[in-house]
Design a protein around this ligand. Structure first.
Ligand code: ATP
Ligand code: MG
Ligand code: MG
Length: 554
């Protein structure tokens, strides 16, 4: 694990602490909107917010930013909590919902109206947009901008009481229609939306906008550092305006700090796009092992340690960049190299008969689980006359550097003997190789004093009589292109990788019978694999987490 890196965010916090702001407290929050499952980008935000709180001896809240009832659902609320916990973070008793504050937010809005700082506007959404102006042109005042306080109070109350249809009126802040920052041109604070909320039911038919609810939720909770992604940089003056102008009695004066969101190659990260993949059946669900969601990565076999390590290595910066997915893969290899038992599985089996090995005999060979980590112990593996090796480990006419099996050549079977290929048996009709006839050299048993011969190749194998069937799911990148969203004119789904899933009928060594879902192994020479929850009673299903070959350029 790396030592903690410091970032520009640390510099800001250190300075705030030096200046004694917020009584020297550090209090952060992770504020997901419960409108989808969390993805690896959210993991970056979680590690950052909870991580900073840990480093500074502060606190971090989990807050659901549930101000948009039409897209939100309890299913997401539950999955988000599960994912944050799984990543190794704990909000203790600080689980909050922006909807907890709807009453207070309403009172603050009334206060803004009374102070002449907010008004009810009857313009339609399109008119508001047109009146807003552009970066080069100032906006125009709404004809409703100068309503009296009394009229505004009356209309806002009636908005709340459901007298007006959706979209007919909004509450706007009265700031500056000529501001060079478009976010300050009288932003909308409340909209009418007659939708049942997953927590407040039908109590409300007006809902606060993000730019209004977010700073106030932060201030109410005593947040000191409100960390968000760079798209919100231009919203920061509005964040400050809201907190300053509602004149609440808040436990802290939060400040917003922006950092670059994570973009990862060969995948997409927006919940909206991920939802499309789920709803249109391109993947099996939010937890499909090809998805960049936390639940997908978990099912694939990623560990929380590897994800935290990844988030630390990528660090935080202001500049947006694309991180190569090979780095994430590198992190899980690093984590499992030592931890995972190394076992033998033949993904695409080719039958081998050892002609000089007695029929009916079984030897149980000693096989340590991980030579680099003796603590994992050992098991015995059965050896017998008929075994399977990997199809790709045999070639009838091999090139020079092929150090595997070929007619007349020798290889070592891992933990067992040296064998020699004597004959190739083919299907008479198709010409396909269906079996190899080999001999073994009894003097070469691994670990015996007589085992003095060296051969170049060592193959993994399983005993035919003892092997266990398994379905093995090999995953590749979900998208062919590094940046599937690069071309704005084509649908990102056109860049889906048609071979992102390959399913094989494989054979694994018998020690894997009964392996529990979630357990992780290295299949020798193949990669890291994890038992999928689809595994039931007798039938094992494995997901390939990652192959052994590391393409990460250090
Ligand atoms: P999406 O666009 O994927 O729906 P979002 O920003 O709308 O993402 P939220 O639920 O609002 O999703 O996000 C919760 C927190 O996670 C926010 O503070 C947000 O800044 C952060 N976050 C979201 N996506 C990323 C990302 N790709 N990299 C870093 N942080 C992210
Ligand atoms: Mg958001
Ligand atoms: Mg979103």
């Amino acid at each position: 694990m790396n030592t903690k890196l410091t970032s520009f965010i640390h510099d800001i916090i250190n300075q705030d602490l030096e200046e004694g702001k917020n009584q020297g407290k550090v209090h952060t929050r992770f504020p997901p909107e419960p409108n989808g499952y969390l993805h690896i980008g959210h993991a970056k935000s979680i590690c950052l917010n909870f991580g900073l709180a840990q480093e500074y001896g502060g606190l971090c809240n989990l807050r659901f930013d549930d101000t948009n009832p039409s897209k939100e659902d309890l299913e997401y609320v539950e999955s988000i909590q599960e994912d944050v916990k799984w990543l190794g973070y704990d909000w203790d008793d600080r689980l909050f919902y922006a909807s907890d504050y709807f009453d207070r937010l309403y009172e603050y809005a009334v206060r803004l109206i009374k102070d002449g700082k907010a008004y009810v506007d009857d313009l339609s959404a399109e008119e508001i947009r047109a009146y807003r102006g552009t970066l080069t042109e100032p906006g125009k005042d709404s004809p409703y901008r100068n309503r009296s306080v009394e009229e505004n109070l009356d209309l806002f109350r009636r908005m709340k009481e459901g007298e007006f249809p959706d979209g007919s009126r909004v509450l706007r802040a009265k700031i500056d229609m000529a501001s060079p920052n478009l976010n300050l041109r009288d932003p909308v604070l409340y909209r009418i939306q007659k939708t049942t909320h997953h927590r407040t039911g039908d109590k409300w038919c007006i809902y606060p906008m993000y730019d209004y609810a977010h700073p106030l939720s932060d201030a109410i909770e005593g947040i000191t550092h409100s960390i968000c992604t760079c798209e919100f940089e231009d919203h920061r003056p509005l964040y400050d305006w809201v907190i300053e102008n509602v004149k609440g009695n808040f436990p802290s004066r939060p400040r917003q700090i922006e950092f670059a969101r994570l973009n990862l190659s060969h995948t997409v990260m927006s919940k909206r796009k991920l939802r499309q993949l789920v709803e249109e059946g391109y993947v099996r669900g939010w937890d499909d092992p090809r998805m960049p969601t936390i639940s997908g990565l978990r099912r694939r076999g990623y560990t929380p340690e590897a994800i935290r390590d990844f988030c630390e290595r990528i660090g935080v910066a202001k500049a947006v960049s694309m991180v190569d997915i090979a780095l994430l893969e590198h992190c899980i290899r690093e984590d499992l190299n030592f931890k995972a038992p190394r076992v033998m599985a033949v993904l695409r089996p080719l039958k081998v008969v050892l002609e000089n090995y007695p029929e009916g005999r079984t030897e149980w060979l000693d096989a340590p689980y991980n030579q680099e980590n003796p603590e994992l112990g050992a098991r015995k593996i059965p050896f017998s006359r008929v075994i399977y090796i990997e199809q790709e480990d045999f070639m009838e006419e091999p090139p020079k550097k092929f150090f595997r099996l070929a007619p007349g050549r020798e290889v070592r079977l891992k933990h067992a003997y040296i064998i020699k290929c004597e004959r190739v048996i083919k299907d008479e009709r198709t010409g396909e190789i269906i079996e190899l006839r080999c001999t073994y050299d009894p003097a070469t048993k691994s670990g015996m004093a007589t085992d003095t011969r060296k051969v170049k190749g060592t193959l993994h194998w399983v005993s035919a009589e003892h092997a266990v069937n398994a379905e093995v799911r090999l995953y590749d990148h979900l998208f062919i292109k590094a940046n599937p969203e690069e071309d704005k004119d084509t649908d990102f789904k056109q860049n889906l990788n048609p071979d992102s899933l390959v399913v094989l009928s494989s054979l694994v060594e018998p020690s894997l019978a009964g392996a529990a879902p979630g357990s992780r192994y290295q299949f020798l020479r193949q990669g890291y694999f994890c038992v999928d929850p689809d595994t039931t009673g007798g039938s094992l299903v494995f997901n390939r987490i990652v192959s052994l070959k590391d393409s990460w350029a250090k």
